[in-house]
Design a protein around this ligand. Structure first.
Ligand code: PGA
Length: 256
């Protein structure tokens, strides 16, 4: 894992946007795994401003709420449309988000996996992290080998997302999410976390044991993960000085 600690979210987002834009320039037909949530809003804004060519890019989103139609204000279809897709020249037919209204979720999940494979696999998976350590909506105790499937949200996630729905009890209970096994097959992962609320989950993910109680910890087994943090999200890392030093002293050929 490469841990990049920046003074604030804006600076950490700038590093992340550089990694994504470099991929899109080097591989115009890249397959991107996309995440939603507050953490990614700034990244998508910066990427949209960069005027990159998205015409050959294919995208797969991590997750969607079960029961929300694509046009629902809080669906991740709407989030992606508003925050990224309508600002760039991506072809709508190349964007994929699980359909939360599907009548056959098991089949839909299998199809999603097949579509990812048919696209050649994901080159770069963008990830946020929940305060409970979820990536995608792989909540604590998710199988570390899981594939795209239905999951039930924890009480913590209901509370974390209550502001969008006007109360924790109004947050949908179920979601469709790529599995941890699915995420682990991406060729590169880019995890972003900002703010003190994420500090504990980040410390467990980077320096704790690999355990399904903290699903993001499986990323320790991934050969190419970059973690972009602001100072607050890095606050509980015991080896922060080492990560800062390593980043500041990267060999020239390794620099972005
Ligand atoms: P957030 O969500 O970016 O809104 O904090 C992250 C997540 O739940 O994965």
């Amino acid at each position: 894992m490469e841990i990049i600690i920046q003074p604030d979210a804006e600076a950490a987002t700038a590093v992340a946007s550089h990694i994504v834009s470099q991929l899109l320039r080097n591989k115009p037909n890249a397959v991107l795994g996309l995440a939603t949530g507050r953490t990614t809003v700034g990244l998508y804004r910066v990427l949209a401003q960069m005027k990159l060519d998205w015409s050959g890019v294919t995208t797969f989103n991590l997750d969607e709420y079960v029961g929300l139609p694509p046009e629902h204000a809080q669906s991740y279809h709407t989030f992606m449309r508003e925050n990224l897709f309508r600002h760039v020249n991506v072809s709508p037919e190349n964007t994929h988000i699980p359909d939360g209204t599907s009548g056959n979720i098991v089949e839909l999940c299998e199809q999603y996996e097949t579509q990812i494979r048919a696209a050649g696999g994901i080159d770069l998976q963008i990830l946020g992290i929940g305060t409970d350590g979820h990536i995608g909506f792989n909540e604590p105790t998710s199988s570390l080998a899981s594939r795209t499937r239905l999951k039930t949200l924890t009480q913590q996630t209901h509370e974390d997302n209550a502001c969008y729905f006007g109360g924790a009890d109004k947050v949908p209970d179920h979601v469709i999410t790529m599995g941890l096994g699915t995420i682990m097959e991406a060729r590169q992962c880019l995890l972003l976390a900002f703010g003190a609320k994420k500090a504990r989950a980040i410390a467990s993910t980077v320096e704790g044991p690999i355990t399904s109680i903290n699903p993001a910890s499986i990323l320790q087994m991934h050969p190419k993960v970059t973690v972009c943090l602001d100072r607050a999200a890095a606050a509980d890392l015991k080896r922060a000085d080492y990560y800062r030093w390593a980043y500041a002293n990267k060999p020239g050929w390794q620099k972005f």
